[in-house]
Design a protein around this ligand. Structure first.
Ligand code: LLP
Length: 423
C-alpha cells in the first residue's frame, strides 16, 4: 500500500499534508514516509520468515540515517559499499554483525576499518581483493569472514547501466572460476570462508533470471559444502524491481513469488539466506516535491519548468527512468490533459524529469510530486550548476521531521580554496 494518498483532494504523506511540509521546508524537497520503508521491509522479512534469513538493506538506495534507523529498529542489517556507508550504518545503530560489505574496489583503508569493526562478511569480488584482505587480516592477527561474489553469467533483462550479472560486467568472479578460487581462499591465512554471494542487477521485473541464478548459486554452494567448506550463508543480492509506472503492464513479481522461487532451490541447503534489497524497500517510500516556476510554450512543445532538476533526481536522464508526476492538488479524472516535458532549471537538454508526459497543465506556483523517488534519488544528487542539495523530510503518522536540512550557500561555496597565487 502506498503511504502517499489524496485526502480531501490534497496529496498526503501518511497523515501529513504535503503543502504543510512545502510551506515549512521550501521546495524542492525529498519526502519519505516511514510506513513505506517499514511495510516493504516487513513484507520481505515475512516472505522469508520460515527459514533463517537476514535482510541486509542495500543502503546505497537511500542512506539517510533516519531511514537506516527506521529499518534497523525492525531488525534489518545493511549491505554497504564504502567506508562512508559503513560509518553511517554504525552511526545509525546497525550492529556490525549484520553488515556485509560489497563492491569491486574496496581500498586498503576501507578494508582495515571494516575488519576493525568486525563486520559479518566481506563480499569479495576478485582474486587480488582476496589476497589483499588475507594480508590485512593476517597482519592484524584477525580472521576476516568472506564470501565470494559469484558472477553467474545471467542476463537480468534490465537497463544496461544496472545489469551486473553477465561476464561483460566488472562484478564478481565468473562462476566457472569459483570452485578454484574458493579452494584457494580456504587455504589462505586470515580468512574464514562463510558464504556465497551474487547480485545480478537492479529493477529486474522477471522471475526467470533470479530462478536461473539461484539454481546456479545453490549448485555451487552444494559443491563447496561437499568439498569441505563450512558455509553459513547464501547471499542472493537485491534487484527485485518495483512499479514505477502504474499505467504500464510490466509488473515485477510479488515478493511471495520471488521467495517461493528462491526457496525452491535454497531451502534444502539449510544455510541462512541473506537478501540485499534496496529499491524494493525505498523507492516507493519517497517522492520529490517540486514547485512549478514557469509554463513555457515552445515551438510545438510545452515545457513545465520546475524547481527540481537532473542534479536532484538523475534517474530519468541516466536510465531513461519513468517517474510518475502528480499534482499535489488532485485533478478531476475528466480534466483536460496535455503532452508536456517536465524540465528543471539546469543548463542541459538532458535536464528533464519527464518527456512527452500527458498531464493536466499546471500553473506557476503549483506543487508537483515526482513519485517513486525514495531510492537512488537524494543519494545520487549533485550540486551541478551550483545548486544546493535538497532537504530530506521523514514523515511518521501525523509528524514530520527534517532529517537533512537544505545545504547552505556557505556549505556549497565555502569548501573552495583559493591557492596562494590567486589571493
Ligand atoms: N547488492 C548489491 C551488491 C548492489 O550493487 C545493489 C545495487 C543492490 C544489492 C541493491 O539493488 P536493488 O535492490 O536496489 O535493485 N541507481 C540505479 C540502481 C543501481 C543499483 C546498484 N546496485 C537506479 O536508480 O535504478
Amino acid at each position: 500500500m502506498t503511504p502517499f494518498v489524496y485526502r480531501r483532494g490534497v496529496l498526503h504523506a501518511e497523515d501529513v499534508d504535503l503543502r504543510d511540509i512545502a510551506a515549512e521546508v521550501g521546495t524542492p524537497l525529498y519526502c519519505y514516509a516511514s510506513a513505506g520503508f517499514e511495510e516493504s521491509y516487513l513484507g520481505i522479512a515475512r516472505a522469508f520468515a520460515g527459514t533463517p534469513s537476514l535482510v541486509c538493506y542495500a543502503m546505497k538506495a537511500n542512506s539517510n540515517q533516519a531511514v537506516l534507523a527506521t529499518l534497523a529498529r525492525l531488525g534489518a542489517g545493511m549491505d554497504v559499499v564504502s567506508e562512508g556507508e559503513l560509518r553511517r550504518a554504525r552511526a545509525a545503530g546497525v550492529p556490525a554483525e549484520k553488515i556485509v560489505f560489497s563492491g569491486v574496489g574496496k581500498t586498503e583503508g576501507e578494508l582495515a576499518y571494516a575488519l576493525d569493526q568486525d563486520i559479518m562478511c566481506f563480499n569479495v569480488e576478485s582474486e587480488p581483493e582476496l589476497e589483499q584482505i588475507s594480508a590485512i587480516a593476517s597482519a592484524a592477527g584477525r580472521k576476516a569472514r568472506i564470501s565470494i561474489r559469484v558472477n553467474p553469467d545471467i542476463d537480468a533483462n534490465t537497463h544496461a547501466k544496472i545489469s551486473t550479472g553477465t561476464y561483460a560486467s566488472k562484478f564478481g568472479i565468473p562462476i566457472k572460476e569459483a570452485p578454484r578460487v574458493y579452494e584457494k581462499a580456504g587455504k589462505m591465512p586470515g580468512l574464514l570462508v562463510t558464504g556465497v554471494d551474487m547480485h545480478i542487477g537492479s529493477q529486474i521485473t522477471d522471475l526467470a533470471p533470479f530462478d536461473a541464478a539461484a539454481e546456479r548459486l545453490v549448485a555451487l554452494a552444494r559443491h563447496l559444502i561437499q568439498q569441505g567448506h563450512r558455509l553459513e550463508h547464501l547471499d542472493l543480492g537485491g534487484g527485485l524491481g518495483v512499479v514505477y509506472d502504474p499505467h504500464s503492464n510490466i509488473r515485477p513479481p510479488e515478493i511471495a513469488t520471488y521467495a517461493t522461487t528462491i526457496l525452491r532451490h535454497a531451502k534444502s541447503l539449510g544455510l541462512k539466506l541473506v537478501l540485499e534489497p534496496g529499491k524494493l524497500i525505498a523507492a516507493n517510500a519517497g517522492l520529490l516535491l517540486t514547485r512549478v516556476i514557469h509554463v513555457k510554450q515552445g515551438a510545438g512543445k510545452t515545457f513545465v519548468i520546475v524547481d527540481a532538476a537532473m542534479n536532484d533526481l538523475v534517474r530519468p536522464t541516466l536510465y531513461d527512468a519513468h517517474h510518475e508526476i502528480v499534482s499535489v492538488f488532485e485533478k478531476a479524472q475528466d480534466a483536460l490533459r496535455e503532452c508536456v516535458d517536465v524540465v528543471g532549471p539546469v543548463c542541459e537538454s538532458g535536464d528533464y524529469l519527464a518527456q512527452g508526459r500527458t498531464m493536466v497543465l499546471p500553473r506557476r506556483g503549483d506543487l508537483l510530486a515526482v513519485m517513486s523517488a525514495g531510492a537512488y534519488g537524494a543519494v545520487q544528487a549533485s550540486t551541478y550548476n551550483s545548486r544546493l542539495l535538497v532537504p530530506e523530510v521523514l514523515v511518521k503518522g501525523s509528524s514530520f521531521a527534517v532529517v537533512r536540512p537544505r545545504q547552505s550557500y556557505e556549505d556549497l561555496i565555502g569548501l573552495d580554496r583559493l591557492p596562494d597565487w590567486l589571493t
